[in-house]
Design a protein around this ligand. Sequence first.
Ligand SMILES: [Zn+2]
Length: 661
Amino acid sequence: MVPFDPAPAATSTPADRAYLLERIDEAAVVQLYADGFQHLPLREKTLLWHLSRAAIAGRDIFYDQRYAHNLLLRDVLEEIVKHAAAVDAAARAEILRYTKLFWINTGPYNNLTARKFVLQCTPGAFAAAARAAQAAGAAFPLRGGETLDGLLARLSPMLFDPSFESTVTCKTPPDGEDILTASANNLHVGVTMQDLRGFDERFPLNSRLVKKDRRLVEEVYRVGGKYGAQIEEIVRHLDAAIPFATAAMADALRALITFYRTGDTKDREAYDVAWVRDKASPVDTINGFVEVYLDARSTKGAWEALVFYVNPEKTSEIRALADHAQWFEDRMPWDPKYRKAGVHGITANAIDIVIETGDSGPMTPVGINLPNDQAVRERYGSKSVSLTNVNEAYDRSTLPEFRVEFAWSAEEVERATKWSAFASELTTNMHEVIGHGSGKVSEHLNGRPQAALKEQFSAIEEARADLVALYFLPDRKLVDIGLVTEEDHDTIVRTEYETYARNALVQLRRVREGTQIEEDHMRNRQLIVGWLLANTTAIDVRKRDGKTYYVMTDQRAFRDGVGRLLAEVQRIKGEGDYQAAKALVETYGVHFDAALRDEIVARVDRLKLPSYSAFVMPELDAVTDERGDITDVTISYPLDLTTQMLEYSEATRHLRVRNAT
Ligand SMILES: [Zn+2]
């Protein structure tokens, strides 16, 4: 997957509608538009509506996975927000700020740094706000006999103490702790890495692992199991969607429902295969336990849903890459034994998102390649999507000052202004289609390099995909297959390499505390630039007026270095070489100079530039006739994060009551 990094932004053309809605600290809130929706046939609109209900139905699963106290905290915060008129103005402003960041990050941990953020008013001011809200009708989730003060005391360490359960996912734990005990997420309870030795995990992706009476228990995510009420509701909406789907998509939806019912790995594999086989449907969804970034072991899937339709005009570029995937595979700069023969089944689409929830919303990736199961990928292929309307919204909401501040020369700014959006979309597509889609691993890994590489897997895999894109970007093949023109090719390569080098500096703004990078995509980007700085002459570190710049000076050296590093990264994945992965990631991808970060943060803050963006989704409404049949589905744009978040929470409240066991 590729999450967006706003550094490589393009020119904002003046828009007659609102993209950037508000700023909360370092976060930007942006409205997402799906312009093609209204022109779709009713059948597809109806399908999208049912799928979007399934997306909302599972949202609370991810809240609970991310932090065991998340839903309780959200209930309390939302009750105060709903009765905010009764609250003192200063406390109200702070509680709103915190609650919006809480929604954006799905809980009190920053999505990029994994670190906890806290309320910045006093516990007394917060308690006064809660009492005022209660007097105005707020209903707080009190446990039998508990008072409001009792509840607030219970929540106090979660809301106010940054050192209490400080990190949601910790891949480099402090001494005396391991990656599981140091991580505050709810995927493992009371479990250490030591406990897992010799344990036969039957539901690696879709269970919570709990230590009970010194035994490990897998609480399986399925109908009748953990999150049973939410999953049943998801299944109900998926089932209602089937009559409106194409035959191939209906097969995939049925397979997904079977997997949600049994939770069995073989049914998940069958679903992955059915989903990959559906190559031509105009509407598609991803709904389930998919990405493993939240888990320090890179094993447990975080729940997410994406609902989308194909954007035909934008699809031709990404298709050209998929059609020539074997050509690229045959020329990968790694040991030929890791090259896949007979690459098949790569489907690639540019899509417009209708809704994203869970692990994919309100913060969203810009590109996705699935399934993650290496064995399915090698045998059946994969599907890649490029999120066109997300890219557009980023582009329209980003400020041009970024480039001016961090580029060394006026020419670099000019190139970035003209080409960076184009170059970044192209490399995102390459990252997904020929990056994640490429290569094979040694037999002894049984198709599961994750198990061998553990907490290093995700950063290594993201680095591999980025390196493939950077390596082939200058290749003449891109001209031959019509992705770039011959005359612009060199400038596009230069722009992307410059942007990539700059980004290793600019991204430090996102890690305001500590001196460690936790997020895997950020690690991978830091790793690549750090390695190039140490091992090639491609990038110059320069200073001017007390400001630091990373200046890409030699395209050829950049590409040669990328090729060498890629060969090693593929070897690491192909052999599951954990020691080499750990050494590479920790040497180049994790640590940074705090003084340099402070400089970058100061430069960014002076310009008031956001560090990350969250999206308000379009809203679909079904129009029904007297028999309850859907006669139309309308799309509208709420233009307000608070409204949408409160609505989503309300829509699933009844499921949580049923689940409260
Ligand atoms: Zn990726």
